[in-house]
Design a binder for this molecule. Structure first.
Ligand code: G
Ligand code: G
Ligand code: MN
Ligand code: NA
Length: 257
């Protein structure tokens, strides 16, 4: 109840915050991308975790308004701080899209005008969808991918291997990028079976020629282990936590020096 009120208020007052988490390229030794992660700070309740308010907003449809505010903030951020600064090495921004947005919206019509008004090249935008979203509405998903693909927007399969996974998604959907789920990555550090499964996932994705991102890397040894498996891109606390925009910019700059 209280969370619902907080969400309604944040929608009215444009109170959602967007944090940005770095994606690091082991090959280039620099931050090459950012994932936008929405945050809700209520004056009364303080920080409310996305795990609490996103499922709720998906149920009542408010996720559509949240999605619009997140995209708008991302574009303003890119235009004001990234593009105007010679890009800082940042080539793309990853934005999460939920099933409800896929089902209810014409994503092309909602996204195009926002990109245009901030002069953001569509090739800078990667939309992240989970396996659940992709299989939940395969035809709809393919249509969005086709329409937005024509514009130059990319799609990443998020949380790959998190349970609903099945290699057939890699065949049926033209994803430009795969993000491997944290759980299997973490398990691979102490469980032999998990390590074998992970190695095979990495091998398959590489063979298909699809860029991949490993998530959840928190320590140097973990990063090195991934590098040995031929992984090129990593997202995890070791290379940066999700940060508010000014802190993120400062972080990217210190990383460049
Ligand atoms: O950092 P983290 O706790 O932010 O994210 C928790 C979950 O919330 C993740 O699974 C992520 O995909 C989801 N999430 C974060 N930001 C957004 C957003 O802007 N839109 C949607 N639909 N999901 C998001
Ligand atoms: O959309 P997705 O479910 O992938 O959202 C990424 C989630 O993972 C966010 O909640 C983000 O804060 C979290 N995350 C990113 N890197 C790490 C990490 O290294 N460790 C942990 N515990 N969580 C992480
Ligand atoms: Mn994600
Ligand atoms: Na994920």
């Amino acid at each position: 109840r209280k969370v619902e009120i907080a969400v309604a208020r944040a929608i009215r007052e444009k109170g959602f915050l967007v944090y940005y988490q770095p994606v690091y390229s082991l090959k280039e030794r620099q931050i090459v991308s950012l994932e936008a992660l929405v945050r809700l700070k209520d004056p009364e309740l303080g920080f409310i975790p996305p795990e609490e308010f996103i499922p709720l907003a998906e149920r009542d449809g408010n996720i559509i308004h949240i999605g619009e505010q997140v995209l708008e903030q991302c574009c303003r951020f890119l235009s004001k701080h990234v593009l105007s600064n010679g890009s800082l090495g940042i080539r793309t921004i990853h934005v999460n899209i939920s099933m409800v947005q896929c089902l209810r919206q014409n994503l092309t019509e909602t996204i195009r005008p926002v990109l245009e008004s901030y002069h953001i090249p569509p090739s800078m935008l990667t939309l992240e969808v989970t396996e659940r979203t992709a299989i939940g509405a395969p035809e709809r998903m393919l249509w969005h991918m086709h329409e937005l693909g024509k514009m130059g927007v990319s799609f990443a399969l998020d949380d790959y291997g998190s349970g609903n996974a099945n290699c057939s998604y890699l065949i049926h959907f033209p994803f430009q990028e795969i993000k491997i789920d944290k759980e299997i990555v973490w398990a691979s550090f102490h469980d032999k079976a998990a390590r074998i499964v992970l190695e095979n996932e990495i091998h398959t994705i590489k063979q298909l020629g699809i860029p991949l991102i490993i998530e959840g890397i928190e320590e140097r040894e973990q990063s090195e282990a991934m590098e040995q498996l031929g992984v090129e891109c990593i997202q995890g606390y070791y290379y940066g936590r999700p940060l508010p925009e000014q802190e993120c910019l400062r972080y990217i700059r210190t990383f460049q020096e």
